[in-house]
Design a protein around this ligand. Structure first.
Ligand code: SF4
Length: 413
């Protein structure tokens, strides 16, 4: 069987294009090649790879993951950073990706080469055709230009993408394209990682969920994602000093910023069942002493409230306290619950997809994979459902969303 190497940039662009290629060339064997060092940052690159893999696996198509040669890409586009989209930088970017694809096509003995970039209405079809033919010619293979968009191709792609719940990126891939697309913004959430772990609503959290979905689907399990919007919260910087010495602490989610530096002393100590609350003289800031702060999960929603610092040591009335805190809120963040198997099943096992702001808590992929693998028969037969809840460490938002929608609603979304 003749092979056709298909350069792939993301799950969305490949979900219909691969079906179309199979239909148009039924005697050829498509092999995917994900080579996209233009995607920034690396978490985003991995996310698009996982979604590409999901699409290829569901169609029984092998997909090769290329190297993430971001330095090669950066070097190649030097001097073209300010070019608009569809300009000279994009031509260089296509050239690099298609040239590598042609090289790999030759290596695996493919007779044909194509790219799903031709699916995107934002790409110049003629430029891609010209580049594809030139690089294919160099390696003595044939470039096939598919007009995937014709006969309602774009609508078919959107429908399939929605049905598969594919991650739909909101920028082409590189930082320069993103800078051009979003002008006059203070920061780019797509390029910021505020946390050491998997903060709720972050690309890292989404990548974690998508990895579990890919793993489960490859075991033949049904998966469904329940997306929700919530108010995100991040610590930009926090300092808590006790007698001029910084101490290990955490900040309770949704604490607001403190203006300048707060210098204070303990006014009152209140002992409760699970914590000691220290109140201060000059401000409404509280410091809580909790035994195991690394495994502490705050399960109540609290928005824009007085700052609370959490420590694991006792404080004394004579301690000189110095506090600084800068936080940020984002009302448009999204997270999701992943439901594996039947949500109606009597028995359910819950895991969380995020960690706390400090990268503590949460589960590892290995823990979740091993649970799913051990219980695959039960899940398949509908006796057990596995739910990965999103946005746990900022008020158990995912859990609240899961219980407000009945199983019937979940199935009919
Ligand atoms: S905008 Fe897209 S095609 Fe253009 S250089 Fe950036 S990643 Fe490549």
């Amino acid at each position: 069987m003749e092979k056709i190497l298909v350069h792939i940039c993301c799950g969305v662009d490949s979900v219909y294009a691969l079906r179309y290629i199979k239909e148009q060339m039924p005697t050829a064997e498509p092999v995917g090649f994900f080579y996209d060092p233009n995607i920034h940052p690396e978490e985003e690159y991995n996310l698009r790879w996982i979604e590409t893999k999901r699409v290829c696996d569901s169609l029984g198509i092998e997909c090769i993951k290329g190297e993430y040669e971001v330095d090669v890409w950066m070097e190649r586009v030097k001097g073209y950073e300010n070019e608009p989209e569809r300009g000279e930088r994009c031509t260089i970017c296509h050239d690099l990706r298609l040239e590598k694809s042609a090289e790999i096509a030759k290596q695996i003995g493919a007779k044909y080469l194509t790219t799903v970039l031709m699916m995107s209405p934002k790409k110049d079809f003629d430029v891609l055709k010209e580049i594809g033919e030139r690089v294919a010619n160099k390696y003595n293979i044939e470039f096939v230009s598919f007009d995937f968009r014709k006969n309602g191709g774009t609508e078919k792609m959107n429908t399939l993408s929605r049905q598969s719940q594919l991650y739909h990126q909101n920028y082409c891939g590189c930082i320069y394209g993103l800078f051009g697309q979003k002008k006059n913004v203070e920061f780019y959430p797509e390029l910021v990682s505020f946390s050491k772990g998997r903060l709720a609503g972050s690309t890292q959290e989404l990548l974690f969920i998508k990895q579990i979905r890919l793993f489960s689907e490859n075991l033949g399990l049904n998966c469904f994602e329940q997306e929700f919007t919530f108010i995100g919260w991040r610590v930009i910087s926090s300092i808590l000093k006790l007698n001029s010495k910084e101490i290990y602490h955490k900040v309770l989610p949704y604490s607001v910023s403190i203006k300048g530096v707060l210098r204070d002393k303990i006014k009152e100590k209140i002992e409760t069942e699970n914590k000691v609350i220290y109140k201060l003289y000059k401000s409404t800031v509280e410091i809580w002493k909790i035994e195991d702060i690394d495994n502490f999960v705050w399960d109540k929603l609290r928005y824009n409230t007085d700052p609370v610092f959490i420590v694991q040591q006792d404080l004394n009335p004579e301690d000189k306290i110095e506090i600084q805190l800068k936080t940020e809120f984002d009302p448009t963040l999204k997270s999701r619950n992943l439901i594996i198997g039947n949500p109606n099943s009597y028995k359910k096992e819950f895991f969380y997809s995020d960690t706390d702001y400090y990268g503590k808590g949460g589960y590892s992929l290995t823990e979740i994979f091993s649970f799913i693998e051990k219980n695959v028969t039960q899940i398949k037969e509908g006796d057990l459902g596995v739910v990965i809840l999103g946005a746990n460490y900022c008020g158990k938002v995912g859990e609240k969303v899961f219980y407000t929608l009945s199983s019937k609603d979940i199935l009919s979304i």
